[in-house]
Design a protein around this ligand. Structure first.
Ligand code: ZN
Length: 178
């Protein structure tokens, strides 16, 4: 049986068939009773093509959200163009050179490498840099191990001191007791 789409005042299209002709059907969206045309006029309605489900063409909160989101995106996107990066101040190259000369190589290298990595344009380290990095990492590892060892040794010494103190206190009280 052919299915036709009966438009309701609320813009919902109600699927009807020839069996509904001349009667009325309730709108599934607004509940109104909608008159179905007589059988001979049914052909004036839009017919459902196979695979074409009746679509609710109502404006929903989701639509509003999409619209508001797009408008906001467009507005803020345009506003963001009002704030371009200000031009960099003029740099006194001699001053810069003096500052660089006074800064330890390790500091400059660390800052440079970090910055380059963040921008993902870090060049491959040269063999000298690779060697330096490895050496620095080794030194750091040894420094840490020895610092941990020093800490553990101090804890051991403290435990020993506590034991000595407890024992002498116990001996004193025993001496006082006898
Ligand atoms: Zn309706």
């Amino acid at each position: 049986m052919k299915t036709y789409l009966l438009p309701c005042d609320c813009s919902r299209e109600i699927p009807v068939t020839a069996a509904d002709a001349g009667g009325s059907v309730p709108c599934p969206q607004c509940g109104r009773q909608v008159d179905v045309p007589k059988l001979r006029n049914l052909g004036s309605l839009r017919q459902v093509v196979a695979g074409d489900a009746p679509v609710a063409r109502r404006w929903t909160a989701g639509h509003s959200t999409v619209l508001v989101g797009l408008l906001l995106a467009a507005t803020t996107g345009m506003l963001s163009r009002l704030f371009p990066a200000p031009p960099a101040p003029q740099v006194d190259l001699d001053d810069l050179r003096r500052t660089l000369a006074a800064t330890p190589y390790a500091n400059i290298y660390g800052i440079w490498v970090t910055e380059m990595r963040q921008r993902q344009i870090a060049p491959k380290p040269t063999p000298a840099e690779e060697a330096y990095r490895q050496k620095a990492a080794e030194s750091r590892a040894w420094r840490q191990r020895l610092q941990y060892a020093a800490g553990a040794s101090l804890a051991l010494a403290a435990t020993g001191a506590l034991a000595v103190a407890l024992r002498s206190a116990a001996e004193r009280s025993r001496g006082a007791g006898s």
